[in-house]
Design a protein around this ligand. Structure first.
Ligand SMILES: [Ca+2]
Ligand SMILES: [Ca+2]
Ligand SMILES: [Ca+2]
Ligand SMILES: [Ca+2]
Length: 122
């Protein structure tokens, strides 16, 4: 003869545990995981998090544009007419020095990066 045993406290506890695990699991994947390994612009937001927004890395080099001199093609810490001339000089080529957004071609997007970042680097 089989007796049906109603779910005891242990079963209920297990059910609750799996629910907690399920919620924790969902949160883990729903929330952006940002590791505070570097905060080069010291704004309290991990750079790994800020880099998820492509606007923060116009030149696609995996470094926050805030922390580098974007548009400085010749590396003199100024974005000026010399950098503009480098971009124009390499126009239509894939020369990395002029390809500021690293998309494989020196074109108007690179020119706009120079113009947008015009001036001395901080
Ligand atoms: Ca930051
Ligand atoms: Ca960058
Ligand atoms: Ca320059
Ligand atoms: Ca380009």
């Amino acid at each position: 003869m089989r007796v049906r045993v109603p779910p005891g406290p242990l079963v209920q506890r297990n059910k609750r545990l799996s629910l907690v695990r399920h919620i924790a699991f969902s949160f883990y994947f729903a929330l952006p995981v940002c590791l505070l390994v570097e905060d080069c612009n010291e704004n309290g937001i991990p750079d790994t998090c800020e880099l998820k927004d492509p606007d923060n890395d116009q030149n696609n080099n995996g470094e926050l544009d805030d922390c580098e001199c974007v548009g400085d093609a010749d590396g003199d810490e100024y974005v000026n007419v010399n950098d503009l001339l480098i971009v124009i000089g390499f126009w239509g080529n894939d020369i990395p020095q002029g390809d500021l957004n690293q998309d494989g071609i020196v074109d108007v997007s690179d020119l706009l990066i120079v113009v947008a970042n015009w001036g001395p680097c901080e």
